[in-house]
Structure formats: structure tokens, C-alpha cells
Design a binder for this molecule. Structure first.
Ligand code: NAP
Length: 254
């Protein structure tokens, strides 16, 4: 359990779901973890849990739409742990949902700011710290929605999340020569509070499960394990990849 020994990682969206499980797993694998999200109490709870297990973590609450927060997370990583090796830009929202004619410009912008502009802001401050370190791994949470599947009512979410794949690919090309890798994980339906918003009745839950070749949704740990792979040197030749961890939802027609 030491694949991230000596590494320092930022994880956003760590107050819940996939981010929380990834931060916990990173710490278990020996990383110093800097965790972010808006809900401070949830973050402090995770810091306590990681510390009780012998791991190292520090929390900073804030909003990923805020440029100063993106910088502060990197400053905390470098100030407290001496550098930055891994950044999991994972915070996200379903955002403005519904037919496109009913989506307000404000709702559209809020969705893109939370999911896509946050990824840009994160990378903007994470990349220089990784260059200083001689390399690193940037990971973004995208989705199959807007990449391989068009779900009605999800224009803003799909646009923000597929935009993230373009951002990731260019970062991979721009900074590969510095030893920086950039990849995106594309989860299928996952049992988190966000997943529960979509699968909010027994009927919709069964429908969502049935869309997947595996006929079920994922636990957050199943996604976190793939994120760990992208974070660690086990994926040392992977960059620019949009990695589906989706139970076959993107290819399934059954
Ligand atoms: P979740 O449990 O609801 O977690 C979302 C996280 O994002 C929370 O920690 C939340 O923290 C944080 N967040 C949201 N807006 C933020 C903001 N403005 N500033 C800072 N943090 C913010 O959902 P999840 O399923 O783990 O989602 C994680 C990522 O996976 C998202 O990007 C999502 O789009 C993606 N994803 C999820 C699924 C799924 O089925 N669950 C499938 C594909 C992709 P606070 O509320 O404390 O700020």
C-alpha cells in the first residue's frame, strides 16, 4: 500500500462521493493529501478519518469557481508538503438541467464555471508547481455523457464535461515534455449523492442500472481505484487518455 509514497496530491470534490473515496485511497497509498470542496465540516471529518488511519491530509474549504481558491490549494500543497505531484480535479455538478430552451444563461454559466472553468483554473496553478517538481499527473473527472451518449436535458453538463476532455488533451501535449501527464476518467453511473439525484426512484434506478452492460452502477471505490492508477507510476506511459470506467454504459445496446 505505498504506490504514492512521498507524493503530494490535491483532490477537489473530496467532501463526498468519488473525490472522498479517492482522497482516502491516495492517503492509504502513502500520499500527502490536500482536500477541497465547499463543505468544511465534511472535509474536516475526512482529515480526521485519514489521520486516525495513520495518513496525512489537510483541508481547505472553498469554491472551485474561484481563482484565488485554485491558487490557495496549490500554495497549501507546496507550503505544507514541499511540492505537488498529483491533482485530481474532480469537483462537479449536474448543474442546469432541462430542455435547452428552458436553461437560463445564468444556469448554463454556473454549470460551465463549476465543471470546466474550475478545471482550467486548477491546471493553471497546478502545472507550474508540477514543472518545479519535474513532472506530475493531472486527472480530470469527465463522464460518458456528451462523450459517447447524449442524454436529453443535459446540454450544459455534457458541454462542460466534454470540454474538459479537450482541455486535458491539450494539457497533455503542452506539458508532456516536462514529464506532466494529463488524463480524464469517465465514470459510468456511480452510487454517490449526485448519482442518487438521477436515479431518484426505484424505477429510474433500475433504468439507469439497465443501461450498463454490467447491469449495475459503480461504487465510488471502483472509480477511485482507476483514479489511483492514473495518479500512480503504474500508468507512467498514459497521457491524453479519456479513460472509461463505466460498466459498459458507453457501448451497451442491450
Ligand atoms: P458528489 O458526491 O455529489 O460530489 C460532488 C463533489 O463536488 C462534492 O464534494 C462537492 O462538494 C463538490 N463541489 C461541487 N460544486 C463545487 C464547487 N462549486 N466548489 C467546490 N466543490 C464543489 O458526486 P460524485 O458523483 O462524487 O461527483 C464527482 C464527479 O464525478 C463530478 O465531477 C461528477 O460530474 C462526476 N461523475 C459522476 C457520476 C455519477 O454517476 N455519480 C458519473 C460520471 C461522472 P461541496 O458540495 O462540499 O462543495
Amino acid at each position: 500500500m505505498d504506490s504514492l509514497n512521498g507524493k503530494t496530491a490535491i483532490v477537489t470534490g473530496a467532501s463526498s462521493g468519488i473525490g472522498r473515496e479517492s482522497a482516502r485511497l491516495f492517503a492509504e497509498e502513502g500520499a500527502n493529501v490536500v482536500i477541497g470542496a465547499r463543505r468544511e465540516a465534511e472535509l474536516e471529518g475526512l482529515v480526521a478519518e485519514i489521520s486516525a488511519g495513520g495518513g496525512r491530509a489537510v483541508a481547505l474549504a472553498g469554491d472551485v469557481r474561484d481563482e484565488a481558491y485554485a491558487k490557495a490549494l496549490v500554495d497549501l500543497a507546496t507550503g505544507k508538503y514541499g511540492g505537488l505531484d498529483i491533482a485530481f480535479n474532480n469537483a462537479g455538478t449536474l448543474g442546469a438541467m432541462g430542455p435547452v430552451n428552458e436553461i437560463t444563461l445564468e444556469g448554463w454559466r454556473e454549470t460551465l464555471d463549476t465543471n470546466l472553468t474550475s478545471a482550467f483554473l486548477g491546471a493553471k496553478y497546478q502545472v507550474p508547481a508540477m514543472i518545479e517538481r519535474g513532472g506530475g499527473s493531472l486527472i480530470f473527472t469527465s463522464t460518458f455523457v456528451g462523450h459517447s451518449v447524449g442524454f436529453p436535458g443535459m446540454t450544459a453538463y455534457a458541454a462542460s464535461k466534454s470540454g474538459m476532455i479537450g482541455l486535458m488533451q491539450v494539457l497533455a501535449a503542452e506539458f508532456g515534455s516536462y514529464g506532466i501527464r494529463a488524463n480524464a476518467v469517465l465514470p459510468g453511473g456511480t452510487d454517490t449523492p449526485m448519482g442518487a439525484v438521477v436515479a431518484n426512484t426505484p424505477e429510474t434506478k433500475a433504468y439507469v442500472e439497465g443501461l450498463h452492460a454490467l447491469k449495475r452502477t459503480a461504487s465510488p471505490l471502483e472509480i477511485a481505484q482507476s483514479v489511483l492508477h492514473l495518479a500512480s507510476d503504474a500508468s507512467s506511459f498514459m497521457t491524453g487518455a479519456a479513460v472509461s470506467v463505466d460498466g459498459g454504459v458507453s457501448i451497451n445496446r442491450t
